[in-house]
Design a protein around this ligand. Sequence first.
Ligand code: AG3
Length: 289
Amino acid sequence: MLTKVSDIWYSEYHDHDVKFSTELTAVLHQEQTPFQYLQMLRSETFGTFMTLDGYVQVTEMDEFVYHDMICHPAMAVNPHIKRVLIIGGGDGGTAREVARYAHVEKIDMVEIDGAVVDACIKHMPVTSTVLTSEPRLNLIIGDGLAFVQEAPDKAYDLILVDSTDPFGPGEDLFTVEFYQNCSRVLSDDGILINQHEGAFYEGDVLQMKKAHAKIKQVFPIARVYGFNIPTYASGYWYFGFASKKFDPIQDLQEEAWNSFGLDTRYYNCDLHRGAFALPNYVKKILESV
Ligand code: AG3
């Protein structure tokens, strides 16, 4: 007896012979923007999700992991962060987490692709509501590299690079020139967090090495921390933590962070310490650069 009338799947290569797939319940939007191929799709397990150039960026099911981890570790190391710059992050999830801190005074966000913002406002309110409702947020549709080139010295306490992978529009955000400008526009207390790729499949490892090698040239402290995210290759992904003076473990301000009273679904200060404890094979990857 026939129970299914359609069988339409989203598939993504995680390696040359490995695929991640989910059955679609809806294709909400597809568009070649001036920068990349954008899809808004839906599946029962992952809810609404966005892909760019064939890679899942954000899903309703696991976006909380990514957005907790891009934001809260830095806020717990320096609980006095007031001026935040987000590069990329067009879905709004990163801005949403930053906006939870009442003491943050301004959030500048520079997203290169206005079509991503529009599609997320239309189809993914869970991340994007902040983009139309947060008075401290200044959303600029423009080039992140050019923005940091022109920004004044020491203008920010935190830069969050919520980018795609280092090809297409994300490529410029993985360059020494970009990191040097980030260092210049950060205060002496400043922290840079960047999307740092995966450590399992060969292609991801290569990108992780490249990013780490460059950040290490620019920042005296350059660490990497991981998180479990089911929809990225191998289910585990990394952010970089770079700063001029803060060590992410020794300088963790657990009491101060807990006093903010945020109800987070992934992040807590025990997990913070664990996330920076890397498996030996990942340590070796990072030491090899
Ligand atoms: N930013 C991109 C994360 C990397 C995706 N790469 C991949 N799946 N190979 C996510 C945006 C969330 N605000």
